[in-house]
Write a protein that binds this ligand. Structure first.
Ligand code: GDP
Length: 219
Protein backbone atom coordinates (compact mmCIF):
# COMPACT_ATOMS: atom_id res chain seq x y z
CA UNK A 1 0.00 0.00 0.00
CA UNK A 2 1.24 3.47 -0.82
CA UNK A 3 1.74 6.18 1.80
CA UNK A 4 -1.56 7.54 2.97
CA UNK A 5 -2.59 10.61 1.03
CA UNK A 6 -2.84 13.94 2.85
CA UNK A 7 -6.64 13.85 2.75
CA UNK A 8 -6.75 10.91 5.19
CA UNK A 9 -5.09 12.99 7.90
CA UNK A 10 -8.31 14.96 8.05
CA UNK A 11 -9.88 12.00 9.81
CA UNK A 12 -8.90 12.69 13.37
CA UNK A 13 -8.59 10.29 16.26
CA UNK A 14 -12.07 10.96 17.58
CA UNK A 15 -13.61 10.09 14.25
CA UNK A 16 -11.63 6.89 14.14
CA UNK A 17 -12.81 6.09 17.65
CA UNK A 18 -16.41 6.67 16.63
CA UNK A 19 -15.96 4.40 13.64
CA UNK A 20 -14.35 1.74 15.78
CA UNK A 21 -17.13 1.96 18.35
CA UNK A 22 -19.89 1.81 15.75
CA UNK A 23 -18.55 -1.20 13.91
CA UNK A 24 -17.89 -3.08 17.14
CA UNK A 25 -21.60 -2.95 17.99
CA UNK A 26 -24.10 -5.67 17.28
CA UNK A 27 -24.82 -6.13 13.59
CA UNK A 28 -27.87 -8.14 12.66
CA UNK A 29 -29.20 -9.43 9.38
CA UNK A 30 -32.56 -7.74 8.79
CA UNK A 31 -33.77 -9.27 5.54
CA UNK A 32 -32.93 -10.12 1.95
CA UNK A 33 -35.07 -8.24 -0.56
CA UNK A 34 -35.63 -9.96 -3.93
CA UNK A 35 -37.49 -6.90 -5.25
CA UNK A 36 -38.50 -3.40 -4.24
CA UNK A 37 -41.71 -4.52 -2.53
CA UNK A 38 -39.60 -6.24 0.12
CA UNK A 39 -37.30 -3.31 0.95
CA UNK A 40 -37.32 -2.64 4.70
CA UNK A 41 -39.13 0.47 5.77
CA UNK A 42 -36.60 2.39 7.81
CA UNK A 43 -35.52 5.86 8.70
CA UNK A 44 -32.01 4.76 9.68
CA UNK A 45 -29.24 6.32 7.63
CA UNK A 46 -28.11 3.79 5.07
CA UNK A 47 -24.85 2.91 3.31
CA UNK A 48 -24.92 0.59 0.31
CA UNK A 49 -22.13 -1.57 -1.06
CA UNK A 50 -21.98 -2.50 -4.71
CA UNK A 51 -19.40 -3.96 -7.08
CA UNK A 52 -18.62 -6.62 -9.65
CA UNK A 53 -19.01 -10.22 -8.54
CA UNK A 54 -15.88 -11.39 -6.77
CA UNK A 55 -14.65 -7.83 -6.09
CA UNK A 56 -14.40 -8.68 -2.39
CA UNK A 57 -17.66 -7.11 -1.21
CA UNK A 58 -18.60 -9.79 1.31
CA UNK A 59 -15.05 -9.83 2.63
CA UNK A 60 -15.08 -6.04 3.06
CA UNK A 61 -18.42 -6.02 4.91
CA UNK A 62 -17.18 -8.82 7.12
CA UNK A 63 -13.90 -6.98 7.79
CA UNK A 64 -15.71 -3.73 8.62
CA UNK A 65 -18.02 -5.45 11.06
CA UNK A 66 -15.35 -7.78 12.37
CA UNK A 67 -17.36 -10.87 11.53
CA UNK A 68 -16.33 -13.84 9.52
CA UNK A 69 -19.63 -14.80 7.98
CA UNK A 70 -22.05 -11.89 8.20
CA UNK A 71 -22.11 -11.25 4.47
CA UNK A 72 -22.09 -14.40 2.39
CA UNK A 73 -19.50 -14.80 -0.32
CA UNK A 74 -20.48 -14.91 -3.96
CA UNK A 75 -20.28 -18.69 -3.89
CA UNK A 76 -23.28 -18.91 -1.60
CA UNK A 77 -26.35 -19.69 -3.68
CA UNK A 78 -29.68 -18.04 -2.94
CA UNK A 79 -29.27 -14.80 -1.08
CA UNK A 80 -26.70 -13.26 -3.41
CA UNK A 81 -29.30 -11.99 -5.91
CA UNK A 82 -31.10 -10.14 -3.15
CA UNK A 83 -30.31 -6.85 -1.47
CA UNK A 84 -29.28 -7.92 2.00
CA UNK A 85 -29.83 -5.49 4.84
CA UNK A 86 -27.92 -5.40 8.11
CA UNK A 87 -28.66 -3.16 11.03
CA UNK A 88 -25.62 -1.91 12.89
CA UNK A 89 -26.31 -0.99 16.52
CA UNK A 90 -29.82 -0.01 15.33
CA UNK A 91 -28.29 3.30 14.17
CA UNK A 92 -27.00 2.51 10.70
CA UNK A 93 -28.31 0.26 7.94
CA UNK A 94 -25.88 -1.50 5.66
CA UNK A 95 -27.22 -2.66 2.29
CA UNK A 96 -25.29 -5.34 0.44
CA UNK A 97 -26.31 -5.09 -3.22
CA UNK A 98 -25.99 -8.09 -5.54
CA UNK A 99 -22.77 -8.24 -7.58
CA UNK A 100 -22.77 -7.45 -11.30
CA UNK A 101 -20.62 -8.13 -14.33
CA UNK A 102 -20.68 -11.88 -14.17
CA UNK A 103 -19.33 -13.08 -17.53
CA UNK A 104 -22.02 -15.74 -17.71
CA UNK A 105 -24.95 -13.45 -16.84
CA UNK A 106 -27.82 -13.64 -19.32
CA UNK A 107 -29.57 -10.54 -20.65
CA UNK A 108 -32.52 -11.42 -18.42
CA UNK A 109 -30.32 -11.51 -15.34
CA UNK A 110 -28.71 -8.18 -16.20
CA UNK A 111 -32.15 -6.66 -16.72
CA UNK A 112 -33.35 -8.00 -13.38
CA UNK A 113 -30.25 -6.63 -11.63
CA UNK A 114 -30.63 -3.20 -13.21
CA UNK A 115 -34.32 -3.06 -12.32
CA UNK A 116 -33.68 -4.06 -8.71
CA UNK A 117 -30.91 -1.49 -8.30
CA UNK A 118 -32.92 1.30 -9.92
CA UNK A 119 -35.98 0.53 -7.81
CA UNK A 120 -33.77 0.55 -4.74
CA UNK A 121 -32.02 3.82 -5.58
CA UNK A 122 -35.30 5.54 -6.36
CA UNK A 123 -36.99 4.46 -3.18
CA UNK A 124 -34.32 5.14 -0.56
CA UNK A 125 -34.35 8.68 0.81
CA UNK A 126 -32.31 7.48 3.80
CA UNK A 127 -29.44 6.33 1.55
CA UNK A 128 -26.43 8.45 2.47
CA UNK A 129 -23.77 6.94 0.28
CA UNK A 130 -22.97 4.07 -2.05
CA UNK A 131 -19.56 2.47 -1.73
CA UNK A 132 -18.59 1.32 -5.20
CA UNK A 133 -16.00 -1.40 -4.80
CA UNK A 134 -13.27 -1.73 -7.41
CA UNK A 135 -10.63 -4.45 -7.52
CA UNK A 136 -7.27 -2.64 -7.25
CA UNK A 137 -5.74 -5.09 -9.70
CA UNK A 138 -8.14 -4.20 -12.50
CA UNK A 139 -9.31 -0.63 -11.92
CA UNK A 140 -12.56 0.58 -13.47
CA UNK A 141 -14.14 -1.69 -16.06
CA UNK A 142 -16.96 -0.95 -18.53
CA UNK A 143 -19.58 -2.38 -16.18
CA UNK A 144 -18.33 -0.11 -13.36
CA UNK A 145 -18.47 2.94 -15.61
CA UNK A 146 -22.06 2.09 -16.46
CA UNK A 147 -22.95 1.80 -12.78
CA UNK A 148 -21.32 5.18 -12.15
CA UNK A 149 -23.47 6.70 -14.89
CA UNK A 150 -26.56 5.13 -13.33
CA UNK A 151 -25.62 6.52 -9.91
CA UNK A 152 -25.04 9.98 -11.41
CA UNK A 153 -28.45 9.77 -13.01
CA UNK A 154 -30.09 8.71 -9.76
CA UNK A 155 -28.19 11.58 -8.04
CA UNK A 156 -26.88 9.26 -5.36
CA UNK A 157 -23.60 10.20 -3.71
CA UNK A 158 -21.03 7.44 -4.15
CA UNK A 159 -17.43 6.75 -3.44
CA UNK A 160 -14.82 4.35 -4.71
CA UNK A 161 -13.33 1.78 -2.39
CA UNK A 162 -10.41 -0.10 -3.89
CA UNK A 163 -10.28 -3.70 -2.68
CA UNK A 164 -7.52 -6.33 -2.53
CA UNK A 165 -4.80 -3.66 -2.34
CA UNK A 166 -2.48 -6.25 -0.79
CA UNK A 167 -2.39 -7.98 -4.16
CA UNK A 168 -0.76 -5.11 -6.06
CA UNK A 169 2.56 -3.31 -5.96
CA UNK A 170 2.65 0.29 -4.74
CA UNK A 171 3.45 1.65 -8.21
CA UNK A 172 0.42 -0.11 -9.66
CA UNK A 173 -1.79 1.17 -6.87
CA UNK A 174 -0.65 4.75 -7.41
CA UNK A 175 -1.38 4.40 -11.12
CA UNK A 176 -4.87 2.96 -10.51
CA UNK A 177 -5.67 5.72 -8.01
CA UNK A 178 -4.53 8.40 -10.50
CA UNK A 179 -6.58 6.94 -13.35
CA UNK A 180 -9.63 6.51 -11.14
CA UNK A 181 -9.36 10.08 -9.85
CA UNK A 182 -9.30 11.35 -13.42
CA UNK A 183 -12.47 9.41 -14.26
CA UNK A 184 -14.17 10.47 -11.03
CA UNK A 185 -13.69 14.13 -11.85
CA UNK A 186 -16.09 13.64 -14.77
CA UNK A 187 -18.84 12.19 -12.61
CA UNK A 188 -21.12 14.63 -10.84
CA UNK A 189 -22.27 12.41 -7.98
CA UNK A 190 -18.86 10.90 -7.21
CA UNK A 191 -17.04 11.71 -4.01
CA UNK A 192 -13.39 12.54 -4.82
CA UNK A 193 -11.85 10.55 -1.97
CA UNK A 194 -10.74 7.04 -2.92
CA UNK A 195 -10.29 4.47 -0.17
CA UNK A 196 -7.58 1.85 -0.47
CA UNK A 197 -8.41 -1.32 1.41
CA UNK A 198 -7.42 -4.91 1.94
CA UNK A 199 -9.86 -7.04 3.90
CA UNK A 200 -7.38 -9.83 4.32
CA UNK A 201 -4.67 -7.53 5.77
CA UNK A 202 -7.06 -5.13 7.49
CA UNK A 203 -5.62 -2.17 5.58
CA UNK A 204 -7.73 0.96 5.27
CA UNK A 205 -10.57 -0.63 7.24
CA UNK A 206 -10.29 1.69 10.21
CA UNK A 207 -10.37 4.77 7.97
CA UNK A 208 -13.36 3.49 6.08
CA UNK A 209 -15.19 2.78 9.35
CA UNK A 210 -14.47 6.36 10.45
CA UNK A 211 -15.72 7.77 7.15
CA UNK A 212 -18.93 5.73 7.23
CA UNK A 213 -19.63 6.71 10.84
CA UNK A 214 -19.08 10.32 9.81
CA UNK A 215 -21.44 10.05 6.85
CA UNK A 216 -24.07 8.48 9.06
CA UNK A 217 -23.48 11.33 11.51
CA UNK A 218 -22.89 8.96 14.41
CA UNK A 219 -21.83 10.88 17.51
P1 GDP B 1 -17.80 -10.82 -3.48
O1 GDP B 1 -18.27 -11.73 -4.56
O2 GDP B 1 -17.62 -9.44 -3.99
O3 GDP B 1 -18.62 -10.87 -2.23
O4 GDP B 1 -16.30 -11.28 -3.12
P2 GDP B 1 -15.75 -12.13 -1.88
O5 GDP B 1 -15.69 -11.31 -0.65
O6 GDP B 1 -16.49 -13.42 -1.84
O7 GDP B 1 -14.22 -12.34 -2.34
C1 GDP B 1 -13.89 -12.95 -3.56
C2 GDP B 1 -12.50 -13.59 -3.43
O8 GDP B 1 -11.52 -12.59 -3.21
C3 GDP B 1 -12.40 -14.56 -2.25
O9 GDP B 1 -11.59 -15.63 -2.64
C4 GDP B 1 -11.72 -13.72 -1.18
O10 GDP B 1 -10.97 -14.50 -0.26
C5 GDP B 1 -10.81 -12.83 -2.01
N1 GDP B 1 -10.57 -11.54 -1.35
C6 GDP B 1 -11.49 -10.68 -0.89
N2 GDP B 1 -10.92 -9.59 -0.34
C7 GDP B 1 -9.59 -9.78 -0.42
C8 GDP B 1 -8.45 -9.00 -0.02
O11 GDP B 1 -8.51 -7.90 0.54
N3 GDP B 1 -7.22 -9.52 -0.32
C9 GDP B 1 -7.06 -10.71 -0.95
N4 GDP B 1 -5.81 -11.12 -1.20
N5 GDP B 1 -8.11 -11.46 -1.33
C10 GDP B 1 -9.36 -11.02 -1.07
Amino acid sequence: MSDLPEIYREIDKTEKERGRWLFAQECVFVLGAPDYTALPDTSLPEIAFVGRSNVGKSSLINALTNRKTLARTSNTPGRTQHINFFSLASVLMLADLPGYGFAKASKGEIKRWTQLIFDYLRGRPSLRRVCLLIDARHGLKDADNQVMKDLDEAAVSYQIVLTKCDKVKDEHLIEVVKKTEKTLSKHVAAHPKIFQTSSSKGMGIELLRAELAMIADIR
